[in-house]
Each structure stands twice: as structure tokens, then as C-alpha cells.
Design a protein around this ligand. Structure first.
Ligand SMILES: *[C@@H]1O[C@H](CO)[C@@H](O)[C@H](O)[C@H]1NC(C)=O
Ligand SMILES: *[C@@H]1O[C@H](CO)[C@@H](O)[C@H](O)[C@H]1NC(C)=O
Ligand SMILES: *[C@@H]1O[C@H](CO)[C@@H](O)[C@H](O)[C@H]1NC(C)=O
Ligand SMILES: *[C@@H]1O[C@H](CO)[C@@H](O)[C@H](O)[C@H]1NC(C)=O
Length: 824
């Protein structure tokens, strides 16, 4: 009995000690400094760098049972893995992994149960081999006798670039240093995205999804990747080596107590972040691509992208380039990009180059370079080869050096703000584009205009010829029309019968009247296709008829999401009707000048409206095939669709121009007081710059909710423009904001908009920005705007005196016209 008891006790003791032993085996975790032939690393151990910054061990991604060997920061409380060994083959199930050195110098992860090798460094060595972790996070396998590095983890980055790592390619060994994203946040296996040095020609950097380039960092220019602000950072320094054996970029930290890392995350964003201990978070310093505008080649050849509410493409230079396929371009299908207005005439040897500054250099996929050439030699080579489209320096440090040439069209150009990493590029142009532009205009006027005139006759015939059999021909006078049109693209506009429209509007019932447009009342109508707005031209003065023709021709050629769409027209004797898409939210004045309704337009919407008008106007001025000057921009001509998208309407007095015509003079000043620029109101001179003026007034009205004309400030007797100017000079611009808005404005957007508004209403037309600058300024986050000069119409009182003197008013008939207008 006793011996039985003892036996039990003995066995129990044995069992307990076995348990304790097993327990120790389970949880005993050592911090070790090296892995060697005799020292291995179990799943519980950590290999720690000398100063403790990094450690290597096994980790389980959140919520999984898979175990990976990885490196992370010791002190960062959010486990941040910077490198993974067995990305593709995790340890699963119960069997334990171990890291050791086998077969003379091979570092392996082994499954302890079945001895399967899950991962290996594939190294061999004759002497004793050790693996250790350095303080920069580099795991190295070295020969202990001669310290020769056999392998290092920095040569095989996963999704993270750490300071001290190399990025690029070694041409001798074929080794490429690049990063690839994790599949997702819990699977470190290589995902779809890679960030890789493109060494096919002059080195640039690409972010790819599979084989598709999503984003490109421009070519290395000695300071940074062209177009990026990478190097403007005093924490990080870059070293780039470009030679026959390698292209290698290394970034180093000036202060190693700062933890910085760059990762390519599984949604394809390259993020650089800094650890902020106080907040226990990784603060993202920058992300690439920043926005949709960064999408590779989004605007096609010779296009560039401007970020508004959405991305918008522009030609590199609206004077020299035009959209290749305007129809696609207008429907936001930008892929075809832009082409030169004047084709190159290379064989003639007369081409030249135009310099563009602050450019992110184009894709170097089809380029050639020589880093010892000068810019002059570069130009000579480019000029002699008809496929060479541009050249630039390879290195912009100091005076600049080296030669980079592009063959074929230039793609993925970006214009960046001053000081944001752009540089000069010289783009090949036909000599006529470079010489005295006057000759060019003359040629246009002599040859193109008559041709266009004839074409416009034939294309404008549509509406009328189809009625010919019914009615006597109206005698339209075409001389006043200068519609520059291409016959091929003339479109047929649907012709509605008068009775259809009569029915749709209940015989133009007063109940259906939406308002009074410039040349007649506007009615709401209902067709079976949907709601329409019908503009009925008031009694046929010959004036009304011209405007009607003008509008039909102009607007039927224009398609843009910020212009109201003309659906058709109708002519029946004296009755002339224009049929438009119906805008349920009426017009801007209906909202901004109304005490109650203005509360419905929050700042975001107002800013979106400003941007939309800007885009519509840009299209009228520069991007459409005709150059259109609207001449009567005002809130009641800005219609709003269901989503409060602005649509410019009322082209009755718009005037179209040829590509190089800029300004005209008219005897008949038509427009609305309060929105007219001084040179137009007083001297009848109109140009795109007079529209810009009206746009400026619009912007100030949208911000303030006040009418320029009716606004009289009690203190200084100025109108809205004058008041805005005073407030701006006193640094009190924000006081201009509509009181209905004050709660939730974005001050920087508001201030930017006010400044843009003031720039647009400057007295001298030459000082006012053009529409593409306006669009750029509105879309630009950073960068200071130019300082506005004193606006026109500073006060109502000095209107005529001051502004007549500043424009070259000539004829007295014009002064008469303005008097009429004031009465309007
Ligand atoms: C490095 O950064 C730490 C923490 O930001 C700072 O305290 C230290 O002064 C810096 N050292 C140098 C040499 O700039
Ligand atoms: C990737 O980075 C972007 C930009 O910082 C971030 O918005 C996104 O959530 C990240 N995606 C993942 C999966 O971490
Ligand atoms: C060559 O260019 C010059 C200058 O632009 C022009 O006058 C000449 O007509 C051109 N010759 C040919 C054959 O195109
Ligand atoms: C122009 O450059 C292209 C691309 O390098 C080359 O193939 C072609 O031979 C060159 N032409 C001349 C005339 O040098």
C-alpha cells in the first residue's frame, strides 16, 4: 500500500516536472545576437540588433495562424514589419519552425517536424558562418573569418524601403532592388503592385500594377526624380549612382533617431511615413500617386492634367497644341492627347524648339541620353533627327549638364508649381510657331478665313434648309458671323415642329414661364423624351435673328458638361425657338441672392460651381474648336442641374473667333452692367479678357452672396469689387463671405477664390489671367498667387472717368451705347 502511494507520488512528481519542462520549452524566449552553426532561433526567440532598434523573429499577421519570419521595430508599439523572409511559404499548423545555418553557410527556415526547408538564403561558405541583424534593419549572413557578406536582406526588399537600402539595378549581376506590395494586410506574399527602377533608358521610377504602369516618377535629374519634391527634405539625403554597371539610389537619414520608412501598400500607394511616438502612429509624409492626375499618361501625348473636383486634361500649351480628337476630349476621353496646331516640317530643316519650364519630364521609354554632352550639342543632335521631339538636361544641378532626347510623342508630362521639382524641356516646333506670330495670323486671315467662311455657310444651313419647302426663306445676313468650322464635323441639329413645342409648353402658358432670357422668355415644356426648356425669341427684330443664328451655330457645336445642351431648334415664320435640356435647379442667381435659398449652397458646392464655370469657360475660350467669347456671363446665365452642376447658357451674343484672333471691336455693346469690363462697356472692345472680368465678378458674387451692382458699402461707397479690394488690402478678405456660410468654409479655398476673383477684375485686360491660369490657380493646393492690382470699377462714382482714361475709348457712338445699356 505504502509503496503504491510512493509510486504514485513519484510518478506525479515526474509528471509535474515534465510539465514544467515542457512549459519552459514552450515559453522560454531568448533574445539572441547572432545565429551561428551552434546557435539557432526558435519560434519564440528574437534576434536583436546591437542598439535594439530592430528585431527578427516569427510573427503572425492579425487573425491568422500562419507564421512568417520577419523584421520589425522593437520600440514601435504598433508591430510594423519591414521585411519578410518566407513571403510565399508560411509555417502553418502545429509544427514549429526554426532558423539555423546548415550545410556550410546556408541560412534556412526549417520545419522542425518534417525538416522541410521553407526558405533559404542560398549561400555557401568555406568558413564559419553567422547571421546577424544590423541597427538599420539589415539581416546579413557573413563569413565569420573574413567578415565577407554572403547575403543580406537589403538586397531582397519586400514592401518596405528603409534608409540605407539601395533601389535600382545592377547590370553586372542582374540584381534588381525594388519593392512589391503585400497581397493584402494579412498576406505578405507578393501582391499586384511593384515600385521599380526603369533602366531601359535614362533612369526613372515606375509604380506598376502587374505590367501596367500606374504612376511614374520622372527621370533622375541630379537632385530628384523630375517632378517630385522628394529631395526637399532635410531629414533625408539621396545618393544616386548611374553608370555602366549599376543604377542605384540610396536614401540616408541625417538623424537616425527618426524612424522613417517607405512602403508600397496593398492598394498600390507608395507611402512614406515617420513614427510619431507621442501619438503612437506612423504619420504619412507623402503618398504617390497623389491623385488621379498622377495616373500615368492620363492626358495622352502633349497633354497635362489639372486637378479640379475631378481630373481635367489640358494641352501642354493651348496656343501651340490642340486636342487630337476634340469630340473625345470634350467627353473627358483624353487618351488621344494633343497634337501641334502646325505640323512639323522637319525635312525642310526649319524646325526649332520652344522652352517649357516647371515640367515633370516625359516618359523616357523612347529616349536616348549622354551625360557628358552640353545642352547646345543636345539641341544640334535633336534637330538633325526628325523623330526627336524634345531635349533636356540630364542633370540640372548648377548650370545644368548632360543630354536627354525623346523620340516619338511626349507622354506623361506634368506641369508643376514653381519650386516643386519641375525643370526645363525644349519641345520641337514648326518654325512658323516660333517666328514672329504676326505672319502666322496673316496667313490664317488670308487663307483660312475665307475657307472657313464658306464652310460655315454650308454647315449652318441645316436648320433652315429643312424648313425651306414650308416657308419663305428668311434673309439671313451671314457677314457678321465668323464661325470657324470644319465641314466634316458639322452636325445636324434636330428640328422640332412649332406645334410640338406649342403643345409641350401648353401654348407658352404663363404658368410654364421660367424666366426672361436675353432675347425672349424661356418656358418649361414636356416632351415624351423628357423635360425641356424653350427659349422663344421675341418679335423678329433683325437683331434677334442674328443672335438666334449665332446661338444655334455656336452652341450646336459645343459639347461640354459645363455648358447647357441645345437639343434642337424650331422655325416657323416669325417664330424662332431654341430647345434646351431642362435645368431643374434654375440658375445661380435664384440661389445666391436669396436669403433662404442661399443657405442651401454650402461652400463645397459653391467652390464646385466656381470650378465648373471656370472649366466651361476654359472650354469656350481655348479648348473648343471655335473660340467663343460669351460676352454676357452673369449668375442668371449659369444654370444648375439636379446635382447643382453649373452650366453656362445664353450664347445669344457670344462671338466666335479663329485660333489666333484675340480681340474685336463692336459697335453694339450688349451685355449686362455690373459684369462688363471697362474696355468693353466703354470702348466696345471685347476679348476673352472681358469674359474673365465677368467671371471675376461672378466669383466674388458667389462668395459674398451680394450683387456687384446693387452692393453699396455704407462706409466707403464702393461696389462689391471695390469692397472686396479694400478688404483684401486690409487682410480681412474672409469678412466678404456670405454670412449664411460662415460656419463651414474652407478658409484657404475661400481666400484663393477671392484672390482669383480680384485677379480677374483687374483694370488692365493684360493683367488679368487667362482661363487656363484661372483653372490652374483654382486647382492648385500650393503656390502663391500673383498679387492683384487695383480693379476696374473701383467705385460706381468714378466709373466713367477712371475707366475711360484707362482704355482707348474712341467713338462717341460707343458712349451712347453704354448709356442705353445702363438703362437696360
Ligand atoms: C535627432 O532627432 C532627435 C529627436 O527628434 C532630436 O532630439 C535630436 O536633437 C536630433 N539630433 C540631431 C543631430 O539633429
Ligand atoms: C494605402 O495607402 C493609402 C494612402 O495613404 C491609404 O489611404 C490606404 O488606406 C492604404 N491601404 C492599405 C490597404 O493600407
Ligand atoms: C521651308 O520653310 C520655310 C520657312 O518656314 C518656308 O518659307 C518654305 O516654304 C519651306 N519650304 C518647303 C519646301 O516647305
Ligand atoms: C534618329 O533616332 C532614331 C532613334 O534613336 C534612330 O533610330 C534613327 O536612326 C535616327 N535618325 C537619324 C537620321 O539619325
Amino acid at each position: 500500500m505504502r509503496s503504491f502511494k510512493r509510486k504514485i507520488l513519484e510518478e506525479a512528481t515526474l509528471f509535474v516536472s515534465l510539465l514544467v519542462f515542457l512549459h519552459i520549452l514552450q515559453t522560454y524566449s531568448a533574445e539572441i545576437n547572432i545565429i551561428s552553426d551552434s546557435q539557432f532561433l526558435t519560434e519564440e526567440d528574437k534576434l536583436v540588433s546591437p542598439d535594439g532598434t530592430f528585431q527578427l523573429g516569427f510573427f503572425k499577421p492579425n487573425g491568422t495562424k500562419n507564421r512568417y519570419l520577419g523584421i520589425w521595430y522593437t520600440k514601435v508599439s504598433v508591430q510594423t514589419v519591414v521585411w519578410v523572409a518566407n513571403r510565399n511559404r508560411p509555417l502553418t499548423g502545429a509544427s514549429l519552425g526554426v532558423v539555423k545555418i546548415v550545410n556550410l553557410g546556408n541560412l534556412v527556415i526549417m520545419n522542425n517536424t518534417n525538416d522541410h526547408v521553407m526558405w533559404s538564403s542560398n549561400t555557401t561558405s568555406s568558413g564559419n558562418t553567422i547571421a546577424k541583424l544590423l541597427d538599420n534593419g539589415n539581416l546579413v549572413v557573413t563569413n565569420e573569418n573574413n567578415n565577407k557578406i554572403l547575403w543580406m536582406s537589403f538586397d531582397y526588399p519586400t514592401d518596405t524601403l528603409l534608409p540605407g537600402m539601395t533601389y535600382g539595378k545592377n547590370f553586372m549581376t542582374g540584381q534588381e532592388w525594388y519593392i512589391s506590395s503585400w497581397k493584402n494586410s494579412i498576406d505578405p506574399a507578393p501582391g499586384e503592385f511593384t515600385f521599380i527602377m526603369d533602366t531601359r533608358s535614362y533612369p526613372q521610377s515606375l509604380l506598376k500594377q502587374g505590367d501596367v504602369v500606374k504612376f511614374r516618377c520622372g527621370p533622375w535629374n541630379g537632385k530628384r526624380f523630375s517632378g517630385s519634391s522628394f529631395s526637399q527634405n532635410n531629414i533625408l539625403t539621396y545618393t544616386m549612382v548611374i553608370n555602366k554597371t549599376e543604377v542605384a539610389l540610396t536614401y540616408n537619414l541625417a538623424n537616425s533617431s527618426v524612424l522613417v520608412r517607405s512602403t508600397l501598400n496593398s492598394s498600390g500607394k507608395y507611402e512614406r511615413s515617420v513614427w510619431v511616438e507621442e501619438r503612437k502612429t506612423w504619420q504619412v509624409i507623402f503618398v504617390l500617386p497623389r491623385d488621379n492626375c498622377d495616373t500615368h499618361n492620363i492626358c495622352g501625348p502633349y497633354g497635362h492634367c489639372v486637378m479640379m473636383s475631378i481630373q481635367t486634361c489640358l494641352c501642354l500649351d493651348e496656343k501651340k497644341f490642340i486636342p487630337k480628337n476634340p469630340k473625345n476630349w470634350e467627353t473627358a476621353n483624353w487618351y488621344g492627347g494633343c497634337v501641334r496646331r502646325t505640323p512639323l516640317d522637319c525635312k525642310n530643316g526649319s524646325d526649332g524648339f520652344k522652352r517649357y519650364s516647371n515640367v515633370k519630364l516625359p516618359d523616357t521609354q523612347t529616349s536616348w541620353f549622354n551625360i557628358s554632352m552640353t545642352l547646345k550639342e543636345c539641341q544640334a543632335i535633336c534637330l538633325n533627327n526628325c523623330t526627336c521631339m524634345a531635349y533636356a538636361n540630364t542633370d540640372i544641378r548648377g548650370e545644368g549638364s548632360g543630354c536627354l532626347l525623346w523620340f516619338n510623342d511626349l507622354i506623361d508630362i506634368k506641369l508643376v508649381s514653381e519650386g516643386m521639382g519641375g525643370q526645363d524641356i525644349f519641345v520641337r516646333m514648326a518654325s512658323s510657331e516660333l517666328d514672329n506670330e504676326g505672319t502666322y495670323i496673316k496667313i490664317i486671315l488670308m487663307i483660312v478665313l475665307p475657307t472657313i467662311f464658306i464652310l460655315s455657310l454650308s454647315s449652318a444651313w441645316f436648320c433652315y434648309t429643312r424648313r425651306k419647302q414650308d416657308k419663305a426663306e428668311p434673309t439671313w445676313e451671314w457677314e457678321s458671323l465668323q464661325v470657324h468650322e470644319n465641314k466634316r464635323e458639322a452636325m445636324e441639329l434636330p428640328l422640332f415642329s412649332f406645334s410640338t413645342i406649342e403643345k409641350a409648353t401648353a401654348s407658352f402658358s404663363p404658368d410654364n414661364k421660367l424666366g426672361q432670357g436675353g432675347f425672349g422668355p424661356v418656358y418649361k415644356g414636356i416632351l415624351k423624351e423628357g423635360e425641356i426648356a424653350v427659349k422663344r425669341l421675341s418679335n423678329t427684330s433683325s437683331q434677334g435673328l442674328n443672335e438666334f443664328k449665332n446661338e444655334v451655330i455656336c452652341i450646336s457645336k459645343l459639347q461640354h458638361r459645363n455648358l447647357v445642351k441645345l437639343l434642337g431648334c424650331s422655325i416657323d415664320g416669325d417664330e424662332k425657338l431654341l430647345i434646351y435640356e431642362y435645368m431643374p435647379n434654375r440658375s445661380l442667381d435664384f440661389f445666391i441672392f436669396d436669403q433662404i435659398r442661399s443657405t442651401l449652397l454650402d461652400w463645397t458646392t459653391r467652390f464646385r460651381i466656381i470650378e465648373g464655370i471656370a472649366r466651361g469657360l476654359l472650354y469656350l475660350h481655348q479648348d473648343s474648336r471655335l473660340r467663343i467669347i460669351h460676352r454676357d456671363l452673369k449668375p442668371s446665365n449659369i444654370l444648375l442641374d439636379l446635382d447643382m452642376n453649373p452650366k453656362i447658357s445664353d450664347f445669344g451674343i457670344a462671338r466666335s473667333f479663329g485660333g489666333n484672333e484675340n480681340e474685336a471691336n463692336t459697335e453694339r455693346v450688349v451685355g449686362t452692367h455690373g459684369y462688363m469690363s471697362p474696355e468693353y462697356a466703354v470702348a466696345g472692345l471685347f476679348s476673352t479678357k472681358s469674359d474673365i472680368f465677368s467671371f471675376g465678378v461672378l466669383v466674388l458674387e458667389i462668395i459674398s452672396g451680394k450683387r456687384n451692382r446693387r452692393f453699396v458699402h455704407s462706409d466707403n461707397g464702393t461696389n462689391l469689387i471695390g469692397h472686396a479690394w479694400t478688404m483684401h488690402n486690409e487682410g480681412r478678405s474672409l469678412e466678404l463671405v456670405d454670412t449664411n456660410l460662415e460656419e463651414a468654409i474652407n478658409p484657404s479655398e475661400v481666400l484663393k477664390s477671392i484672390e482669383v476673383g480680384l485677379l480677374c477684375v483687374q483694370r488692365s485686360p493684360d493683367d488679368r489671367p487667362n482661363m487656363s491660369s484661372v483653372v490652374r490657380m483654382l486647382g492648385n493646393e500650393l503656390g502663391a498667387l500673383p498679387k492683384p492690382k487695383q480693379p476696374a470699377f473701383f467705385t460706381e462714382r468714378n466709373l466713367l472717368a477712371a475707366d475711360i482714361s484707362s482704355t482707348n475709348a474712341t467713338s462717341s457712338t460707343n458712349n451712347l451705347t453704354i448709356t442705353e445699356l445702363v438703362a437696360r
